[in-house]
Design a protein. Structure first.
Ligand SMILES: Nc1ncnc2c1ncn2[C@@H]1O[C@H](COP(=O)(O)OP(=O)(O)OP(=O)(O)O)[C@@H](O)[C@H]1O
Ligand SMILES: [Mg+2]
Length: 243
């Protein structure tokens, strides 16, 4: 696994802590103990990320990229065992309770996964899934939550967003579904977005649009970004310059 980082222009930040990096990962290790033995999925990962900074994590399949991302998010479930330290905005993630982690995720860290079909619930409309975030996390009224869902869908490039609010995930193309997943991830304006192979399941022309979108949102929302890929060309194709 390798890491490539770069700074993007920042505007004002809204961090709890003025000093120190946004994310500091120190000697992160993740093991899975199963009946077939122990897998050392992640070993000795160290890096830090400033607000607004980009980091690419590159590595072949099985090298521990996804598990690293899950470790940062506090999403490693048993039989996984996490050691080391992940400090996000001054708070330790390793060993935190589910309640503490829920508080940090959303407005703190959010993620976009490879397969949008795994991330969206097939039995609810996309509007309901987006609006639920604002209703549950922010206590907004149904009307306000739906209004913000429409705004977000438009922001991530869904044409005729209002008309599509009552559509189900399977009624969208793969690229549009991934845009909706990105909308859900950025809904609470996270300081850090972890994008784990967000374009791998998409065809080449659609991939470029998703990369452009993530790049634009990163700058506009002043987010730090961890971009996970097994494709060595990805950082080369990463859109540069002003979005
Ligand atoms: N829940 C789990 N239980 C047991 N082993 C696991 C679990 N999750 C991941 N692993 C193991 O951890 C190692 C790293 O997996 P990981 O998914 O992080 O790879 P990756 O680099 O993301 O690969 P890919 O590019 O294919 O997505 C693999 O050997 C995998 O089998
Ligand atoms: Mg992976």
């Amino acid at each position: 696994m390798a890491a490539i980082s770069g700074l993007v222009p920042r505007t004002a930040g809204a961090r709890q802590e003025a000093a120190g990096p946004l994310l500091q990962v120190a000697d992160l290790e993740v093991d899975f103990r199963t009946a077939r033995g122990t897998t050392h999925a992640v070993r000795g990962v160290d890096f830090s990320l400033e607000p607004g900074e980009s980091l690419a994590i590159l590595g072949e399949s099985g090298s521990g990229k996804t598990v690293t991302g899950r470790g940062i998010l506090g999403l490693v479930d048993p039989p996984g065992r996490v050691r080391g330290s992940v400090r996000f905005d001054g708070r330790e993630i390793v060993g935190s309770s589910d309640a503490e982690l829920r508080e940090i995720r959303g407005p703190g860290m959010a993620t976009v996964f490879q397969d949008s079909l795994d991330s969206l619930n097939p039995v609810f409309t996309v509007g309901a899934q987006l609006a639920e975030i604002f209703r549950v996390r922010l206590g907004w009224s149904r009307h306000d939550a739906r209004g913000e869902a429409v705004r977000l869908m438009a922001e991530v490039g869904i044409p005729a967003a209002e008309d599509r609010l009552n559509d189900y995930p399977h009624q969208f193309s793969g690229g549009m579904r991934q845009r909706i997943c990105i909308a859900m991830a950025i809904a609470l304006k996270p300081q850090l977005l972890i994008a784990d192979e967000p374009t791998t399941a998409l065809d080449a022309t659609v991939q470029a649009g998703i990369l452009e979108l993530i790049r634009r949102l990163q700058v506009e929302h002043d987010m730090a970004l961890i971009f996970v890929t097994h494709d060595l060309a990805s950082p080369v194709r990463w859109p540069t310059g002003s979005p």
